[in-house]
Structures are given as structure tokens and as C-alpha cells.
Design a protein around this ligand. Sequence first.
Ligand SMILES: *[C@@H]1O[C@H](CO)[C@@H](O)[C@H](O)[C@H]1NC(C)=O
Ligand SMILES: *[C@@H]1O[C@H](CO)[C@@H](O)[C@H](O)[C@H]1NC(C)=O
Ligand SMILES: *[C@@H]1O[C@H](CO)[C@@H](O)[C@H](O)[C@H]1NC(C)=O
Length: 341
Amino acid sequence: RDIENERSLCCFHVSNAYCVSPPGINGQTVEMDDGKAGYVGSKVDLRCRFKNSSPPVKISQVTWQKLVNGTKQNVAIANPSLGVSVAPPYRDRVTFKNAAVRRRTPTLEDTTITFSSLRLSDESTYICEYTTFPAGNRENTVNLTVYVRPTTQMSLSTPTLVARSSNLKTPVATCISANGKPPGTIRWETRVKGEVTTREYKNSDGTFTVQSDYILVPSRDTHKETLTCVTTYNEEVFTDSVTLDIQYEPDVSVDGFDGNWYLNRENVQLSCQADANPAVSLYQWRLINGSIPTNAEIRDNILTFKGPVTYDLQGTYVCDATNSIGTRSASVEVSIIGMFT
Ligand SMILES: *[C@@H]1O[C@H](CO)[C@@H](O)[C@H](O)[C@H]1NC(C)=O
Ligand SMILES: *[C@@H]1O[C@H](CO)[C@@H](O)[C@H](O)[C@H]1NC(C)=O
Ligand SMILES: *[C@@H]1O[C@H](CO)[C@@H](O)[C@H](O)[C@H]1NC(C)=O
């Protein structure tokens, strides 16, 4: 092949040192960007411009190569007489940006290439090498970095948590920044006190997955509290929130006794109040060391004493409130005010 012959001519007749002599030594330089970065799927230009000397040297060929594990792989070649040739793995995605290069005109000063749909595997060092006569080879390199925007996902560890008397800490919510390159960062915003554990995994494709758990003791106080996960990636910020659903046994109190139950007062009531999640399914009333008076009427959480108050109403009344998590009680001591007290 002519292309190969021209390249080897240089290397046979000129010393090796001359072939790879650093740019600029004889007035010609290969200009490239310091570095280049793009997102997966995006379009990116790798710039390469030849600054010729006066008098100018002849450009015989320009070769773009990718450095893979220390070896050079051809990506594209532009030759003033033979035209351009893109290596098969890149044929669909790499073009010379300058139309004159593609049209086989002998102007190869700008051999910028365009990657049309960037892949993770494109991340590498690229060499743009000018073969010239009689000056030998001039080359420069650019590092291409490929970014991947991670996907963020937030979830409750389980749909509902139960507040236990054991007061054990447990992960309640998880936030994941998946498959990012570079990795995303995660922080939490909430009024609820807790601990955070964050782990970072490297995936086989070179991307990173970051997982952060929010850990706390589920309790009645944390029910319906909001946890917000804030993930940051390349200065882009995403937020997502969850609301805790904590189940707990009833928190009970008895209302209605105002300390002024005098004889013959009519239709006094006791009311059992309970805060519970899920809601209380059963209220039960009892009188310690006795039985509920016969004039008492029980409707759900309300105990109504029909008719006038008598001394028979005295005693300690207990309300037991039950939901699926447990049963808790509260009591009130009822005393009756007589005529002469
Ligand atoms: C580069 O080398 C590593 C280990 O030496 C190997 O796993 C990998 O497949 C190589 N990459 C290419 C593109 O050949
Ligand atoms: C390009 O990447 C190589 C290999 O990772 C590194 O040694 C070199 O310093 C990088 N060059 C620049 C300009 O960042
Ligand atoms: C109930 O009866 C028991 C035993 O008869 C007694 O020890 C206890 O003090 C009584 N409680 C009340 C509230 O009267």
C-alpha cells in the first residue's frame, strides 16, 4: 500500500528520534485541545491543526490513533491523494470535520475529527500524527473523557415500618445515584435525626453507583416526616423525597372527667382518645375491682352514664385501645362530689 510505504519511508531514512521529534522543533506544530470531555451519546470534536513553517513542509499523511493499553490503534487516516479512510469500528461514528479533507483536496491543515455518538469505550488518549516531508513526523495527543449522567432513585426501605419497643436503628430510606461517571454525590435533608451510610461501587463498564441509606429508630415522632435526598452530578442537582409511614401502637388518654361530677348531674361521659397508626380497631372499657355500672352505654370510644350521677359511678376506669401493632391503656379515677363535700 502506498500509505504504508510513505509512512515507512520516513522511518527508514530518517532517524527514529527525528520521526517522533517533539512538535515545534523545526517550526511546525500540531495543535490540539488540552483535554476534551463529552457525555455518552453526545457529539464531540477532537481538534487537530497543523501550523506549518515557512517555507512549508509537505504533508504526506495524517493519522489519528487511539492509545489502547499502550498500543496504538488506527482510527482514521487522511491522505492528500488517496482520500480518507476510517477504521471499521469507527466508520459509522467518526468523520473528518473539514469538508476539504473529505473531498480529497491536498489541504490537511485542519484534520479535526467528530465523534457523533460517544461511547464509554471511546475514553482514551488520541494521537494526531502528521507525516511530513522532509521534516519527519509531528504529533500531539489529547485525552478524551466520557461522562455518563447517573440516574437517581429514591425509595423507602419497606413501604411501612413498625415502631418497636426494642428501639433498634434500621435503614428507612435509600437513595441511589446509579451508573454515573464520574460518580454522583448524595446528601440528605430532613428534620429527623438519623445516621447516613454511603457506599460507592465501581461497575464493570467503568461507571459508579453510589448508594446512601438513612438510618433511624422508627417511632411515633418520625411518622409522616419527610426525607429528601439531594444528588449532585457535575453541578446539576436533583432532589427527591419520601414520607415515612411508621406504624405504632395506640397512644391513649381518657378525657371527660372534669372533677365536677356531682350527684344528680345528668349524662356524664368518658372519652377514650388514641393516636395510632393504623387506626384503633377496638376500644374496651373496664372498671378496676368492679364492673361497669348498668346505666353505662358504650359506643366505640365513648362511655356515657345515662341519667343522674350516683355514688355507684366511683372507681378507676380503664380504656384499652387495640390496633394491629398492640394494645395500650389509659385510666381515670372518677370521684363523685356529694351534697356536703
Ligand atoms: C487492556 O488490558 C486489560 C488488562 O491488561 C484487558 O482486560 C483489556 O481487555 C484490554 N483492553 C483492550 C481494549 O484490549
Ligand atoms: C492523559 O492521560 C494520560 C494517561 O491517563 C496521563 O498520563 C496524561 O497526564 C494525561 N494528559 C493530560 C494532558 O491530562
Ligand atoms: C383491687 O383489689 C386488689 C385486691 O383485692 C387490691 O390490692 C387493689 O388495691 C385494688 N385496686 C383498687 C384500685 O382498688
